[in-house]
Design a protein around this ligand. Structure first.
Ligand SMILES: C[S@@+](CC[C@H](N)C(=O)[O-])C[C@H]1O[C@@H](n2cnc3c(N)ncnc32)[C@H](O)[C@@H]1O
Length: 165
């Protein structure tokens, strides 16, 4: 979460939030802000709501059952967005990422993480994944890209980009 430099008043959206682990971590940082988690799986959203029950009750976290093709509007503009191990499952990822960019404020940041899960994946697989993600973010209009490799086995590729100011 340090990658996104979350501030106390930030509004953050996580797409493909799964069981809400990152949402919980984001909520501990954005203590005066708002976190919106979106997933197209009803089971995942139920688990995420259970995990984040107190923050949901306090109105600091909202968990939405929706697909990335139909993102909820009305909670933005967001300061930051996050997608962990999910972009590879999205239809037309460049178009989806462009839409996420439109939900961010000017200069808003987006972190995309991907840890290759294919059998035999190595650091080279992760490096290729990082390059591909960086190209996709560039095509979707993000600027000032930064690539970081997280020390896992295989490494997780993380690309952070900003919307134009
Ligand atoms: C591998 S899981 C990762 C979950 C979570 N980000 C994590 O790292 O724990 C991928 C998640 O993306 C969600 N997902 C996949 N395609 C999606 C789509 N088109 N719209 C919304 N969510 C999607 C899945 O339901 C699943 O919860």
């Amino acid at each position: 979460m340090g990658l996104l430099d979350i501030q106390p008043a930030d509004r953050v959206i996580e797409v493909g939030c799964g069981p809400g682990v990152a949402v919980a971590a984001l909520a501990t940082r954005a203590t005066r802000g708002r976190i919106v988690g979106v997933d197209h799986s009803a089971v995942m959203i139920r688990q995420a709501r259970r995990r984040n029950r107190a923050a949901v009750r306090a109105g600091r976290v909202r968990l939405v059952h929706a697909s990335v093709q139909n993102l909820p509007v009305g909670d933005g503009p967001f300061d930051a967005a996050l997608a962990v191990n999910t972009v590879g499952m999205w239809p037309e990822p460049t178009a989806r990422i462009r839409e996420i960019g439109r939900m961010l404020r000017p200069g808003g940041r987006f972190a995309v993480l991907s840890q290759p899960r294919c059998p035999g994946a190595t650091a080279a697989t992760s490096a290729t994944a990082a390059e591909t993600l960086a190209e996709t973010l560039t095509d979707a209009g993000f600027e000032r890209l930064r690539i970081e490799m997280l020390d896992l086995d295989p490494p997780a590729a993380c690309v952070i980009g900003y919307t134009p100011l």
